[in-house]
Design a binder for this molecule. Sequence first.
Ligand SMILES: Cc1cc2nc3c(=O)[nH]c(=O)nc-3n(C[C@H](O)[C@H](O)[C@H](O)COP(=O)(O)O)c2cc1C
Length: 236
Amino acid sequence: MIDSATTFHKIVDSRRSIRKFLPDSVPQEVLDRCLDSALKAPSSSNLQHWEFVIIRSPEVRAQAERVCLDQKVLQSAPLLIAVVTHTKTWKRNSRFILETLGTRGILRKSQTQYWGRLIPLVYLQDPFGFLGMLKHLIARVVSLFRPTPSLCSKSDLRVMANKTTALAANTFMLALRSEGYDSCPMEGFDPWRARKVLQLHRGEEVCMFLAVGKRADKAIWWDRILVPRGWVVREM
Ligand SMILES: Cc1cc2nc3c(=O)[nH]c(=O)nc-3n(C[C@H](O)[C@H](O)[C@H](O)COP(=O)(O)O)c2cc1C
């Protein structure tokens, strides 16, 4: 195996959900490098639906701990980050992609059609979700006759954006591990109160919180338990 593969697999293997941290803070340069990597995660239509909210304010931190049901890990975690999913940034981000391709002088008609026409068709919603349901239904019927892209209902959109955001979160956790830092992802939180504490708007929701720091002794609950490979890998 090549050296980089060995290193990568070691990083993946040593990432565990850490429930007890040392008090050492996370240096800004480490955080920045890990964020740089996370922001390169793949995203649906390159729309980068994520936002990393680094919680610095002690007041917000205290409220966020409460929102996270006062999970014990937070008593020691030096840093708490909220990874937020956005389902309404697609317009801004599509425009940015098209402008960037334009300034690079490589904007093609197919790209203008993709981000200028198809993406709005997939993403556009009305406040009540009727348009989304109608689009979903039409796509489902057409799909009986020919392959059709999913024209999103509101819930399809949330699934899609959360998939993408979770990939960025995972890249971030692996990047932290490569720097000798650790994390614990958390979805045990109150989503309604989380939105309030983080001042989120419509179309924004917390995908997960991440407790971040350096692992302490006895910070891992048990040796890794993996279900049999045959249950989760299939060939056909
Ligand atoms: C989306 C997600 C949500 C999670 N939520 C919590 C949580 O709220 N609290 C917690 O202690 N661990 C949480 N975990 C950690 C899992 O329990 C952990 O990943 C799993 O047991 C496997 O252990 P490992 O990460 O050490 O390999 C979460 C993990 C994921 C991916």
